[in-house]
Design a protein around this ligand. Structure first.
Ligand SMILES: NC(=O)c1ccc[n+]([C@@H]2O[C@H](COP(=O)([O-])OP(=O)(O)OC[C@H]3O[C@@H](n4cnc5c(N)ncnc54)[C@H](O)[C@@H]3O)[C@@H](O)[C@H]2O)c1
Length: 359
């Protein structure tokens, strides 16, 4: 019988409940502490979730003083940096909710702290746990497509703009690009082995968010509800990345990888007005190729599964902590997409192409 992992939860809002539900399914994990900045909220959470024996703290610092093997950070984006850096410095392994940070500089400090302390910083991108994501990566990296020279990713909700902290520049950093764009960026970049970006040219807008006809907090809406960017990578590769929280269109198209020998089209799963955006599982994959001089296409049979992807990400983190494995989705990798989002915002503001500097 192995050791029981002691886990703490920082931020006791909506997504924290999904973390608790996932940890509960793991016999080797015990949730021993919960913290929130709002006085009394963590205690209410402990009671509502029936976390018998768990300590409740007002503020993350007191939780971090407790002996813990790992923490789930479930605070709004603006607090990701301080809670992650403090947790790593306190010797805890960290599972951090997406997106990584508000600014690129924060993401840089977070990965540096993970490196300096030797503690794990892993990011909670649950779509990675769809087995078809692995299949997609295997196809792109197998050489079947030849040299991949162009990719497109993103997608759009016809109408699906959040409010509150998500629309504040100071608290969220970016809008749709970070909130839902982080998933499609991760899918495409992960499939291509996280190539290094060098420049980006981008356009962003917020015609819907700023319009009281479409958003009840229009006067507070500071971020982008739409964005389109062309990202250039080392090795003659270009990615067109587009995302929307709101638009007069059903979809911004599929994710695609164009190679010299074949092309691969990937659509997201789901149906309805939110189905055009990548924030869940793979819906279909089609390979476009020539055979015996003619154009043909092959539907890739998808891996059928009944996995709860959210549970899988939490399980993988807990098992990595237990087994001393490296971060399943390391901060260093996601730093690259934070650099791209940072470049998108800078380019959109400057109305020209900008360079992306990575350490
Ligand atoms: N992976 C997913 O599918 C998914 C889904 C939804 C949200 N999220 C992410 O999860 C995070 C939280 O989202 P949410 O919807 O649960 O938000 P929420 O507002 O419901 O909950 C966040 C909680 O954190 C608390 N908090 C703020 N600063 C804190 C600090 N320094 N220390 C302790 N507690 C603090 C708040 O008081 C609040 O109770 C966001 O980054 C969001 O992007 C991920």
């Amino acid at each position: 019988m192995g050791k029981t992992l002691k886990i703490g939860i920082i931020g006791s809002g909506g997504i924290a409940r999904a973390h608790v539900s996932a940890y509960r399914k793991l016999s080797f994990v015990e949730i021993v502490a919960v913290a929130d900045v709002i006085p009394g909220k963590a205690a209410q959470f402990v009671e509502a979730e029936q976390l018998v024996g768990a300590a409740a703290y007002d503020g993350h610092e007191k939780l971090l003083a407790q002996e813990l093997d790992g923490v789930s950070i479930c605070t709004p984006n603006v607090s990701h940096h301080v809670t992650t850096v403090d947790a790593l410095r306190a010797g805890k392994q960290v599972l951090l909710e997406k997106p990584m940070s508000v600014t690129f500089q924060e993401a840089l400090e977070m990965t540096q702290t993970a490196r300096e302390t030797g503690n794990m910083l892993t990011l909670g991108f649950q779509p990675r746990y769809d087995p078809n994501m692995k299949l997609l990566q295997d196809i792109v990296q197998s050489g079947r497509l030849g040299k991949v020279y162009y990719a497109e990713t993103g997608g759009g909700r016809r109408r699906g703009m959040p409010g509150g902290t998500f629309i504040s520049k100071k608290l969220a950093g970016a809008g749709a690009m970070a909130d839902i764009g982080c998933y499609s960026l991760d899918m495409a970049l992960n499939a291509m082995g996280y190539p290094r970006p060098i420049t980006v040219s981008a356009f962003t807008s917020n015609h819907f968010g700023r319009n009281p006809l479409y958003h009840r907090e229009a006067d507070k809406f500071e971020v982008e509800d739409f964005g389109s960017a062309m990202v250039r990578f080392e090795n003659d590769l270009v990615l067109q990345f587009k995302i929307s929280w709101a638009m007069h269109m059903d979809t911004l198209g599929a994710t695609m990888f164009l190679g010299t020998d074949a092309g691969l089209k990937v659509t997201p799963a789901g149906s309805g007005p939110w189905s055009g955006v990548w924030d869940g599982a793979v819906g279909s994959m089609t390979l476009f190729h020539d055979e015996y001089g003619g154009h043909t296409q092959t539907a890739i049979p998808l891996v059928e599964h009944k996995l709860n992807l959210f549970d899988e990400k939490v399980r993988d983190f807990a098992e990595a902590v237990r087994d001393g494995r490296p971060a399943p989705i390391p901060g260093e990798q996601i730093l690259i997409q934070q650099a791209i989002i940072d470049g998108v915002l800078r380019s959109a503001e400057a109305r020209r192409e900008v360079s992306i500097e990575l350490p």
